[in-house]
Design a protein. Structure first.
Length: 199
């Protein structure tokens, strides 16, 4: 997939995950997700790349709400290892091979579309998050429900509210994501090859 729809665009959680569920029904066994995120660590810089190790769902919704479809997965799927450790290890190995430093961290998802307030950022940091965004978590929930292994990579496009001294500007966020495109493409090319070998 190139791009995705988001909760903040008015789509239901079920519609947000339609694409990944369709791929899972077609037989994929691994999924690699990417996102743009705000950094919550003052020592981080825009352009840093973070391997997602876990997440916190602050969207107030889930694609698993409602009646469970047993053909997709169990009523109460385990999320202990939502982000597959082997996929994460493979990404680190690929990154070392191409000389790209990676960070590890917890991703927290808010619904958006507004950027987070300084108080929300402080809360997220207290909860143990390292990056904040408005995507990824619904897809991870749906994929893990269906038994698909998941890895995720965040591009830290900006420092979050009150972590940075500057007001947030979406155009700058998009520009930073574009500036890291070649590096991310090189990482994903090697990562996909390694995932194919273990899927």
């Amino acid at each position: 997939m190139q791009g995705r729809v988001h909760l903040y665009e008015g789509y239901s959680a079920e519609k947000v995950v339609h694409g990944v569920r369709a791929m899972a029904r077609m037989g994929i066994r691994c999924a690699i997700l990417t996102n743009a995120a705000g950094g919550l660590e003052s020592s981080w810089s825009p352009g840093d790349l973070m391997v997602v190790t876990d997440h916190i769902n602050m969207t107030s919704t889930s694609p698993l709400l409602g009646l469970n479809d047993d053909a997709l997965g169990p009523r109460f799927p385990d999320m202990t290892a939502a982000y597959d450790i082997e996929l994460r290890s493979n990404l680190h190995r690929v990154a070392r091979g191409v000389g790209v430093p990676l960070r590890d961290g917890v991703y927290v998802a808010f619904q958006g579309p507004s950027y987070e307030t300084p108080a929300e950022v402080r809360m997220a940091r207290m909860l143990g998050a390292h990056a904040v965004g408005m995507s990824t978590v619904p897809e991870v929930l749906a994929l893990r429900h269906m038994g698909v292994r998941v890895g995720a990579l965040s591009c830290i496009t900006n420092l979050a509210a009150a972590v940075s001294a500057c007001p947030l500007d979406h155009a700058e966020v998009e520009a930073m994501a574009r500036s890291r495109r070649d590096t991310i493409q090189a990482l994903l090319t090697g990562w996909i090859a390694s995932a194919a070998a273990i899927s």
